[in-house]
Design a protein around this ligand. Structure first.
Ligand code: FAD
Length: 391
């Protein structure tokens, strides 16, 4: 990665953090012709943005999350084309193994048909689901397809976006920690930056830079166990695959009575998996390996130790679902994201100082749109010395 030595400098926009939300803010700025510097203490993006499933789960969101997700979708498609990284318009598959799981999906389809939104979810019978996913016939009754969703490879996308932003004129200062922020001023371990606007996009480490704000809002960390495996699968997995554990998590399904009943049944039947706060889901990377996960532990500072019980559960449940007789583990890792009482942290504690985070596990889906939408007004209000360019 490009590194820059010390320099005090004045620019239109300084972004703290090179995760997907910081990259989204930098992209929003450079497309408006602003001068932009992104500061990150690491040597490249290595936070939540590269540790996730790469699942851009647009159609499972509701409310503001859906608005940000829809806005992100256009930006992801444009960036993939212009920055040249792998992204597919895969949709999302949902596998249902029991009647009450199908009932949640049928309710979602019904709600959509009675609403004004475009149809973006449809039921799949077992044959169609099995043609798109290498699952055991006896493990599924049917399922659904959410159509607008996308999939990328999170290990490559952020790096490609950084290179693209550099080509557009964004300056990155890696291996440079930010120690204090104020309107118009960013103190770093390599000097001070003066800025028209400051965007703080440090993810879960917001409490290290702005502890009072983090405490007031109630943002903590959520630590997740993850795993990458290979398996002799008879067919490829056409799209990210969710299960009934996922239906319990996403805004679109959250308010249904059918989801409440499903949660009660699943928690009663599998308290071990409920205790892991499991979201049993899968994505297949272009090399054929499967990313699987995930478990959730929320705390101000979750411990670094990853209990083997979570990985055992991932492998057991995958063996029940997939048509494969063995899985070989390639990697295990812990990911951490910001967790708060609502889905987003959008604050302007002082004029010109913006703080942005996804405070649940949907930042890849929503982060680019969150940055674009939130900063749209800020850029207009700030009347910065715009050098040209088309938003
Ligand atoms: C295991 C896992 C699975 C997930 N799966 C999905 C998924 O499939 N779909 C989805 O939509 N979302 C998913 N998420 C959530 C998503 O990955 C996050 O919401 C998103 O990546 C957060 O982006 P960010 O830019 O806020 O944070 P990050 O990517 O964590 O970036 C923050 C950056 O700030 C830098 N930083 C922090 N403090 C400082 C400082 N003081 N000075 C300088 N730099 C600093 C860090 O070094 C880091 O690079 C998942 C998350 C995890 C952990």
């Amino acid at each position: 990665m490009t590194r820059h030595s010390v320099a005090s400098k004045a620019v239109d926009l300084v972004v703290v953090g090179s995760g997907i939300i910081g990259l989204g803010a930098a992209y929003a700025g450079i497309r408006r012709g602003l001068s932009v510097i992104v500061v990150d203490r690491t040597d490249a993006p290595v936070g939540a943005t590269i540790r996730n499933f790469g699942h851009l789960c647009i159609g499972a969101q509701a409310g503001p999350a859906r608005e940000f997700a829809d806005a992100s979708r256009d930006i992801w498609l444009r960036l993939a084309r212009d920055a040249g990284f792998w992204l597919r318009e895969s949709g999302t598959l949902i596998a249902a193994g029991q009647a009450d799981e199908l009932a949640v999906l049928e309710r979602a389809v019904l709600e959509q048909d009675s609403g004004s939104a475009d149809t973006d979810i449809r039921m799949l019978d077992a044959d169609e689901l099995l043609s798109r996913a290498p699952l055991r016939r006896d493990a599924v009754l049917g399922g659904a397809l959410i159509t607008p969703d996308l999939q990328t490879n999170p290990r490559e996308a952020a790096g490609a976006i950084v290179r693209h932003l550099v080509s557009l004129g964004v300056e990155f200062r890696f291996r440079t920690a930010v120690t204090a922020v104020a309107p118009g001023r960013v103190q770093t371990t390599r000097g001070v930056l003066d800025a028209g606007l400051v965007v703080v996009a440090t993810g879960h480490d917001i409490d290290q830079l702005l502890p009072d704000l983090a405490e007031r809002v109630g943002v903590v960390r959520c630590a997740l166990d993850m795993m990458r495996v290979t398996a002799p699968l008879p067919r490829t997995l056409d799209a990210p695959l969710l299960t009934s554990w996922s239906l319990l998590r996403y805004g679109r399904f959250d308010t249904f009575a059918e989801t409440t009943a499903l949660r009660e049944r699943m928690h009663a039947e599998r308290p071990d998996l409920a205790a892991l706060d499991l979201n049993q889901m899968y994505t297949q990377l272009p090399d054929g390996s499967l990313i699987m996960g995930d478990s959730h532990v929320k705390a101000i500072q979750p411990g670094p130790f990853q209990p083997e019980a979570a990985f055992d559960a991932f492998l057991d449940e995958a063996s029940r679902l997939f048509e494969a007789d063995r899985f070989r583990v390639l990697e295990r890792w812990q990911g951490v994201y910001a967790s708060g009482p609502s889905e987003f942290l959008i604050e302007e504690p002082e004029p010109g100082l913006h703080v942005l985070a996804a405070t649940t596990g949907i930042g890849m889906t929503t982060g680019l749109g969150l940055a674009e939408r939130t900063l749209h007004n800020a850029f207009d209000r700030a009347s910065l010395p715009v050098q040209g360019g088309t938003p």
